[in-house]
Design a protein around this ligand. Structure first.
Ligand SMILES: Cc1cc2nc3c(=O)[nH]c(=O)nc-3n(C[C@H](O)[C@H](O)[C@H](O)COP(=O)(O)O)c2cc1C
Length: 314
């Protein structure tokens, strides 16, 4: 087989391949290590409207097969994104996705409008962050709140909107359905899982914020299951994100229903890991005579109940 079609289109954004970094695990410095043009898209750390200090340390703790982080959306603010980061990323031809984070729906709109500028292909709304209008719970824990905030932002924004969901809900499919109904162009499944670790010598939490978000290979089977469930219920593209460390992991996500993937924690283990993953996906396609990666989306062969509502959950 000569040429493999690696191209995917996510909510109107054309990507040369389905691999992109996960927000908060990638920055301009990556350009010193590899050519960013190889990536399907570039995704920024979540930016807030005004500069934000983030949480007190320690902000990260290693766990078995993963890590806990509570960085707390440290941000230089939207002006710095406009003046420095966007012009920097514009030298690359991979589409730029800006992740935005806000405490209220109005703040999301202000940010979305401010950052809808040439050179920005899409906005990823981090609705996994606390919502001050709902007692600090995240929007994406609840379908009604998700609908409200996505609908509100979508009506006042022209560029594609990707909604990043949280796994900290027992209603992931309902939340994804709500995001789609409100006009999201894609959903990212998902952010980190709420977690905790204790140093038994000092009896202190290992994270300054006490709790933090668990990421890395340990969450992969859980998020993969969520991608599968969401794929069965929504029509918009899904970007799978959680514990991807190899081409095989990425392909597993696509077989479960993801149209593209994001790589997070693995970037800290192997800073050129995404380059290897893209190459590995290409080799998988050649080995299996797959002409387009789009053909593997949702291609898991399920024996048994096709209707996920009938699948036993134990
Ligand atoms: C240090 C760190 C910082 C992160 N910062 C953000 C962020 O600013 N915005 C966001 O939406 N997700 C953030 N995330 C979550 C990742 O984007 C990703 O959803 C999560 O880590 C799961 O993917 P992984 O297992 O491949 O890391 C962060 C994750 C880590 C480890």
């Amino acid at each position: 087989m000569s040429e493999i079609d690696m191209e995917v289109s996510i909510g109107g954004v054309l990507m040369k391949n389905p691999v992109m970094p996960a927000s908060g695990t990638f920055a301009e410095e990556a350009a010193q290590i590899f050519d960013l043009n190889v990536l399907g898209a570039l995704v920024t750390k979540s930016v807030t409207r005004y500069p934000r200090m983030g949480n007190i340390g320690p902000r990260i703790a290693e766990t078995t097969a993963g890590m806990i982080n509570a960085v707390g959306i440290q941000s230089k603010g939207s002006q710095s994104m406009l003046n420095t980061s966007i012009p920097f990323y514009q030298q690359y031809n991979s589409p730029l996705i800006i992740s935005i984070s806000a405490d209220t729906a109005d703040e999301f709109i202000d940010l979305a409008q401010e950052l809808s500028v040439p050179g920005v292909a899409a906005l990823e709304i981090n609705i996994s962050c606390p919502n001050l209008e709902d007692d600090g719970r995240s929007y994406a824990m609840d379908p009604a709140q998700t609908f409200r905030v996505v609908d509100y932002i979508k009506k006042k924004t022209k560029i594609p909107l990707f909604a990043k969901l949280t796994p900290n809900t027992n209603a992931i499919t309902e939340v994804a359905i709500a995001a789609e109904a409100a006009g999201a162009d894609a959903v990212v499944v998902a952010n980190t899982m709420l977690s905790m670790a204790i140093d038994v010598e000092s009896r202190k939490p290992k994270i300054g914020n006490i709790m933090g978000g668990l990421s890395g290979p340990c969450i992969k089977p859980i998020i993969l299951r969520m991608v599968y469930q969401v794929y069965k219920k929504v029509g918009i593209p899904i970007i799978g994100c959680g514990g991807i460390c190899s081409a095989e992991d990425a392909i597993e996500y696509m077989m479960a229903g993801a149209s593209a993937v994001q790589v997070g924690t693995y970037n800290f283990v192997n800073p050129i890991g995404m380059v290897d993953i893209i190459q590995g996906m290409k080799e998988h396609a050649i080995r299996h005579k797959i002409s387009s990666l789009n053909d593997i989306v949702g291609s898991v062969c399920v024996i048994g109940p096709e209707d996920i509502d009938e699948v036993a959950t134990y």
